[in-house]
Design a binder for this molecule. Sequence first.
Ligand code: DGY
Length: 326
Amino acid sequence: MADRPKAFVARRIPEEGLDLVRAACEMDLWDGALPPRRDELLRRIAGVDGALTLLTDKVDDEFLDAAGPGLRVVSNYAVGFDNIDVAACARRGVRVGNTPGVLTETTADLAFALMMAAARRLPEGSRFVRDGNWKTWDPLLLLGPDVHGSTIGIVGFGRIGQAVARRAHGFGMEILYHDLESLPSSVTEPLGATYLPLEQLLPRSDFVTLHVNLSPVTRHLINDETLAQMKPTAVLVNTSRGPVVDQAALAAALRDGVIWAAALDVTDPEPIPMSDPLVGLDNCLIVPHIASASRATRGKMAEMAAENLLAGVRGEPLPTEVPPPA
Ligand code: DGY
């Protein structure tokens, strides 16, 4: 059917989404295990009406030039869209979609799991058993801090930050948060969350968890200086974007006991090179950007990304559109 819109899908996503795209479009699916090389990506998007992209695909003027004037929508399979030059898209009338909301609770689950795993030293414990080192019950083995009753500092108090706070509330934690501004008491009071400037939140928190967007303001928000403001017993958790943390500074802080441990779902770059000093540190737990990776959530993200794509190619408003910059 010659008049069906052309859509490029930059990686295999759950069938819930692919089915929708297949039914409505002439779909070109990149089915590699790794993202398409840049030249391949640029070749495949030539002449499409819509592109369903991942956070590994950079959407910039070069991408938009390669796609050509027929491109109407870029639908990102992620809530984050720092891989997309939204202003460049807006200049050309290309709509941008993302997948907010559906991954909030799943991402908060992982942030909490990382916090607990780092505090209670689960990866070290698992390795200890598998290496055949478990000889007896040992009163001093793998001690770590309590999570319940401690103080959590949540940096970025949007949907995901608040979902982490709900979990922390259940653990009887004192909840501090930092954001561009303090939130209404209707949001903070039920959680018992207190706003603090970052320089006051960091020295008071046993756990610091990052939930900010990546922007020029948040790039390397966690650096030598901010790490030095944290407790030597603190655990840092990052499920936002890798570049929010200056990794060289973090490695030095973990090595020198400036903070106690870190747990990262995101790194800079991704994947983290095996030569990165963080990889060799026992007090740094790293997982491969899996915060939204529950079967149900990835399915919902696929559906949402497909719905944005289809609305865009039809010239309709996207169900979840990234607003063009003012
Ligand atoms: C996102 O959606 O931005 C996550 O990083 C991947 O689910």
